[in-house]
Design a protein around this ligand. Structure first.
Ligand code: M6R
Length: 608
């Protein structure tokens, strides 16, 4: 979950690393550090608790002299508290190391190498640095290979050796790394955003390989006896740095909310052929849709919520079982899947560790795997049988917004194509479905235009420590995402409940003026939801009601009503998602919190 970067080349390493860390900060932001190989070949380490800006200020005050190579790290603490000592890089003898991941056997390694008196931090990473120092006899490749044979867990390492000035080494297992050789020198990072200012060409570091960066070249080595060279596929990024900047918006989250209509178009339109969904360019054969007897959707967080919406839309159309499971549960279960199961894996980053493990398990069971992923070339995308890329561009805010909408769009396309292939939709029905999906885009724009109205209603929500989201059917699936958005960035305790469940316990929590965000956009359960709203209103709740424009409701039912455009039931999620995102955004803003980088979280969850 940490951000890591390494650089060697003709430019000033300090500014490249610090600027890179600013773009990687969303991966972890409790402390940051850099190590520079100075012009006299000495290693200078600077690390500080807090945001990258605190490190920048510290470096300005403390570091004099130039450097042309170094490594940098922004931390999301796993082992050991948030202290300067636990921040990376770690110095161990002749080794300086940064790490993204978890070394599970760090305790055993400490004992095995008698490191107890050596360690100055509580981190697993420092143990790896000391082990490497013990293994090092002058050949970095050999020592790193030996280290890789000993550590258990996940890692992306960047390493400098005191006696190898100007060279940066890296190795990975599970945790992502991308690298590039550019006119500005050689670079490696946990995430493309750090490389984009210098190049649009990169390669994904393959797992269980070692990378050596020198100012003139980047080499990738296999772990075999002779360290054979590996030549990775060079990829081209299809977005530029503008996409990873705020571009006049006060926060990435608000910018990304605004980008949703365009991202939807990018995801849907290239897959339309004569008004029907077509995955020819994605190389997804119809056979996988025709052959399967059930669908199993696996994901985490927001992506899992997108899966829950898709389940409720797909199952009634396809009439085969569609199951949704949280990836961290799925991976330790004995799932009822087989070679006739289509396992759909959803992940914005394509690197979420539990989702990746779930994918690998599904493949072990012989299921066909189809990944819905945003980040090109990510591990999940590479390991799935098939991949349907969403084209949202980089999502920087920790709270997912556009990723959710495009995941839904991709899943709706899959559902529609599948219905067509399986004879559940005629061509006309499929074309109608797709047209309705496209009609949802202006409906999202309409809700974005109403952001000031939504901002105003948040005043009441932020005065309460709790908030509830209720709905039935699809509205319940939307509620789950609404509650997650609100709690993760406003720290208001928010829960989603199926409205019909309230009387089975939860209604005890409803007291005077507690905000209840009630979603009622599903025709067949509309009257039932309205009754549930009356019940919470009668107990003093402050009701914010989200309905379609044309819905007829009693004026006194809600304290505030937000009307979304009249869409078919299955498509109301798109404008509703915008409203829920804006509620969370303005609640966080109203509480003066860090909207884009909420406490304790990081964008990409690459550790268990
Ligand atoms: O990158 P992924 O889509 O696999 O991430 C899964 C979750 O961590 C993610 O959706 C998370 O719940 C959201 N960022 C929260 O807004």
């Amino acid at each position: 979950m940490c951000g890591i970067i390494g650089y060697t080349g003709p430019l000033d390493a300090r500014s490249i690393l610090l600027n890179g860390l600013s773009t990687l900060e969303y991966r972890g932001y409790d402390s940051a550090g850099i190590a520079l190989c100075m012009e006299d070949s000495s290693i200078c380490v600077a690390k500080k608790v807090g945001k990258v800006q605190a490190l920048k200020d510290y470096c300005d005050a403390q570091i004099t002299g130039g450097s042309h190579s170094g490594i940098g790290h922004t931390r999301w603490a796993t082992h050991g508290g948030v202290t300067d000592e636990n921040a990376h890089p770690h110095r161990a003898g002749r080794v300086t190391l940064i790490h993204n991941g978890i070394i599970e056997n760090y305790h055993a390694l400490t004992e095995q190498f008698g490191l107890q008196d050596r360690l100055v931090s509580q981190t697993d990473s420092e143990v790896a640095a000391w082990v490497l120092d013990r293994l090092y006899t002058g050949d970095p490749l050999k020592a790193i290979r030996e280290l890789m044979g000993m550590v258990e867990g996940s890692y992306g390492f960047c390493i400098m050796f005191d006696d190898q000035p100007g060279a940066v080494y890296a190795a990975r297992s599970v945790s992502p790394l991308v690298a590039s050789y550019t006119h500005a020198g050689a670079m490696i990072a946990s995430d493309l955003t750090a490389l984009i200012p210098y190049t649009n060409q990169y390669f994904v570091v393959p797992e269980d390989h070692i990378v050596k960066l020198t100012p003139y070249k980047v080499h990738v080595y296999e772990l075999d006896d002779s360290f054979s060279k590996f030549y990775p596929e060079i990829m081209t990024v299809n977005w530029n740095m503008d996409a990873a900047m705020k571009n006049g918006f006060p926060h990435f989250m608000l910018k990304e909310i605004h980008e949703q209509p365009e991202a939807m178009k990018q995801t849907i339109l290239p897959r339309m052929n004569k008004g029907l969904p077509d995955f020819t360019d994605d190389r997804i054969p119809d056979q996988i849709f025709a052959d399967c007897s059930q669908i199993h959707i696996v994901a985490c967080g927001t992506a899992m919520h997108a899966g829950m919406v898709a389940r409720a839309v797909m199952e009634p159309i396809l009439r085969i079982p569609v199951t949704v499971t949280i990836a961290s549960e799925f991976r330790y279960e004995q799932p009822l899947i087989d070679e006739k199961t289509l396992v759909i894996i959803i992940s914005q980053s394509g690197e979420t560790i539990d989702t990746l493990a779930a994918l690998r398990l599904a493949r072990e069971y012989g299921s066909v795997t189809l990944a819905v992923v945003n980040v090109k070339g990510s591990t999940i995308a590479r390991e799935s049988d098939y991949v349907l890329y969403t084209h949202a561009g980089p999502e920087i805010a920790v709270a997912s917004t556009k990723a959710y909408s495009v995941q839904l769009a991709a899943l709706y396309l899959i559902g529609c194509r599948m219905a067509l292939v399986r004879g559940k939709f005629s061509r006309k029905e499929a074309a109608d479905f797709l047209e309705k999906l496209i009609d949802a885009i202006p409906a999202m724009e309409t809700m974005i235009e109403q952001k000031d109205t939504i901002k105003a209603l948040v005043t009441h929500i932020i005065q309460s420590p709790d908030a509830f989201f209720i709905g039935r059917g699809l509205d319940y699936a939307f509620s789950l995402e609404g509650a997650l958005k609100l709690k993760e960035i406003s720290y208001i305790h928010a829960e989603a409940y199926a409205a019909g469940e309230l009387k089975h316990g939860t209604i005890a929590l409803i007291s005077d003026q507690v905000p209840v965000i009630a979603i009622a956009t599903q025709d067949h359960v509309f009257a039932k939801t309205i009754s549930n709203i009356r019940e919470v209103k009668a107990r003093g709740a402050y009701v914010i009601l989200l309905t379609r424009e044309g819905a007829v409701v009693d004026e006194n039912l809600a304290d505030i009503r937000i009307r979304i455009p009249d869409l078919d039931d299955r498509f109301t999620v798109f404008p509703i998602a915008v409203v829920l995102q804006l509620i969370a955004y303005y609640a966080s803003l109203g509480k003066n919190l860090d909207v884009d980088q909420p406490r304790n979280l990081a964008k990409s969850v690459t550790v268990e």
